[in-house]
Design a protein around this ligand. Structure first.
Ligand code: ATP
Ligand code: MG
Length: 413
């Protein structure tokens, strides 16, 4: 038997309905906020991710599915979506008509991580990006849409945490202060944080090791070192969130694992998935488009993990019921049922029948399994009359209907 690869999952019927619900809800909610879908390729030049996500991040250092293809090109299966969306935005000059773009995407991402509950090697993200606006109203709008989406799914559990990571004007001084702070505590840090405390000191604040958590408990916070511009931006973002009625808390230790973030950063956090606590995450990336060779246009966005949302939705039932199950006794009745079924399906009615012509008892068992809204039983008498009894399964109400697709459909819809 050939099995699938560890960390790469099948999404089977029964489960896939929950995924469709997650995706359909995103399309519906995002369209209320004026977002259009963009579809980006799975494979990109490795350089794109090195340059945008950053060489000293976990993703680029150890998690990327990179290889050299038959044409000697260094390529990578995308570990996230923002870099590709911005590459596309620049390449197709989407900004030429209007720098303001609201885009969303959904699809698989790939990271070489240790598979566990809520963490896989192929996983799926739904993400949204807004380019071309610096005004903090956009920050609040993006966060409000994200929270609206979770409310629409009936999930109140992941809560919004926000922070600011400053900008190229104020971050360098903070970074240096943090390096100085970490240097004094190097012995207490884990190997990773020790190694990268000069190249990427912020990661120490986000490290999952208990020693690092303890050693950095009194570390300086970016929020206390913001320049006037970033401070105003953060204050205004909070004011707009309050105006929008979007609940949040401040987490001044939140740093994101990608280098391109500036100013507003955020996570939707849950206590229900262990170490896999971030369900959605994102932030502003005002320098990314120009870093990738485009014009100086700001941006902000987020990505949500579909597997983690599906885990939070749990065993809720999303599998649909067919409208009708037709049971038929005898070959002639079977043929009639088949004709009727095809006609009804063309009329927009979801119909099931037993293709093999088994006993009535076994057909009714199948009908129970499908949990159809209506059943129709056709035998010799019904064939002769050209009519049969249609039973509404939830109410038990029975009516006699002529055996034509139009007549049956009229009583079902
Ligand atoms: P984590 O801290 O859990 O590793 P992250 O900071 O790497 O998350 P992002 O890169 O910001 O996550 O991606 C956004 C979202 O994508 C996460 O909040 C999570 O829901 C999901 N995600 C990220 N990596 C994985 C993975 N390996 N498997 C499943 N979902 C993932
Ligand atoms: Mg990660």
């Amino acid at each position: 038997m050939i099995t699938g690869i560890k960390g790469f999952n099948d999404i089977l019927p029964g489960e896939v309905e929950r995924w469709q619900h997650i995706e359909d809800t995103a399309r519906r909610v995002f369209s209320l906020y004026g977002f259009s879908e963009i579809r980006i390729p799975i494979l990109e030049k490795t350089e794109l991710f090195r340059r945008s996500i950053g060489d000293t991040t976990d993703i680029v250092e150890k998690e990327m599915y990179s290889f050299v293809d038959k044409g000697e090109n260094a390529v990578t299966m995308r570990p996230e979506g923002t870099a590709s969306v911005m590459r596309s935005y620049i390449e197709h000059k989407l900004y030429a008509q209007d720098p303001v773009a609201k885009l969303y995407y959904m699809g698989p991402m790939f990271r070489y991580e240790r598979p566990q509950k809520g963490r896989y090697r192929q996983f799926h993200q739904i993400g949204a990006e807004v380019t071309g606006v610096t005004d903090p109203k956009v920050d609040a709008q993006v966060l409000t849409m994200l929270c609206h989406y979770f409310a629409e799914l009936g999930l109140t559990e992941p809560t919004l945490q926000i922070n600011s990571l400053g900008c190229p004007e104020c971050r360098p001084a903070y970074r240096q202060a943090l390096i100085d702070f970490l240097r004094e505590r190097l012995d207490s840090l884990c190997e990773d944080c020790k190694r990268r405390y000069q190249t990427n000191p912020l990661r120490a604040l986000d490290c999952k090791s208990a020693h690092c958590k303890e050693a950095t408990a009194s570390a300086p916070a970016m929020l206390d070192s913001l320049c006037a511009g970033c401070d105003d931006h953060f204050t205004a973002t909070r004011r707009h969130l309050e105006r929008a009625g979007t609940a949040y808390s401040i987490n001044n230790r939140m740093v994101r694992g990608l280098d391109y973030y500036t100013r507003t950063t955020f996570e939707l956090v849950t206590g229900l998935l262990g170490a896999q606590s971030a369900v959605a995450a994102g932030g502003r990336y005002d320098g990314l488009i120009s870093d990738l060779g485009g014009p100086a246009i700001p941006g902000i966005g987020f990505a949500m993990g579909v597997e983690r949302i599906a885990l939070l939705l749990g065993d809720q039932h999303f599998v649909g019921r067919p409208d009708l199950f037709i049971a038929a006794l005898g070959e002639e009745a079977q043929d009639e049922a088949f004709r009727l079924m095809c006609g009804l399906q063309r009329n927009g009615v979801a119909v099931e029948m037993d293709y093999e012509g088994k006993s009535l008892k076994s057909q009714m068992r199948r009908s129970d399994k499908f949990n159809a809204r209506f059943t129709l039983i056709i035998g010799g008498d019904e064939l002769a009359k050209g009519a049969a009894v249609l039973k509404a399964m939830d109410t038990g109400v029975q009516v006699e209907v002529p055996l034509t697709p139009e007549e049956v459909a009229a009583r079902i819809t």
